[in-house]
Design a protein around this ligand. Structure first.
Ligand code: FES
Length: 168
């Protein structure tokens, strides 16, 4: 009786060992494949590079619109996307505003509404913003225009991501 139990136990041991070794080997082969397939999804989103937009010499106190392209990486898919910025000098500071209205995302223009000179105007629902991007109370937008991250290098303005204003 005990001899029979011992034989079964040996067979079981062999089964477990072979299953374990087989599973270990299969996992060793499959893991690199799974990792390769999922890697772009698991990788943390890279910070968007700063993009050269305009020579600082071209900037004035009047907001001007500049268009530029950024590289967008979405898992396996790489593309170029267009961006715009309203850029002007304010004393020693350079201000670069996103043209995307904070109400429903239409594009704002500078000084385009004769009834509201020297303001950013959104034609979709008559939204207004001051020159520094602050939303005018009583118009649909409830937050200031986003500001681009920026840096000046070798006389050129580089822009990164547009971010909400902290005081907005
Ligand atoms: S989208 Fe600009 S005011 Fe509505």
């Amino acid at each position: 009786m005990s001899e029979k139990r011992h034989r079964v136990s040996r067979r079981q041991f062999l089964n477990y060992t072979l299953t374990g070794v087989g599973g270990f080997m299969a996992a060793g082969m499959l893991m690199p494949m799974v990792r390769f397939a999922l890697d772009p999804v698991l990788r943390p989103t890279e910070d968007q590079d700063m993009v050269q937009v305009v020579s600082v010499d071209e900037l004035t106190n009047e907001p001007q619109r500049f268009d530029f392209k950024i590289k967008q990486v979405d898992a396996w898919y790489e593309s170029e996307e267009s961006r715009s910025a309203w850029v002007f000098k304010s004393g020693d500071e350079i201000v670069a505003l996103s043209p995307v209205c904070k109400h429903l995302g239409c594009t704002v223009n500078w000084n385009s509404d004769p009834k509201n000179p020297n303001k950013f105007f959104c034609p979709c629902h008559y939204g207004l913003y001051e020159k520094d991007g602050t939303n005018v109370p009583g118009t649909p937008p409830l937050a200031p225009l986003d500001r681009y991250e920026q840096e000046v290098k070798d006389g050129y303005l580089y822009l990164g991501k547009a971010k909400p204003r902290k005081d907005g």
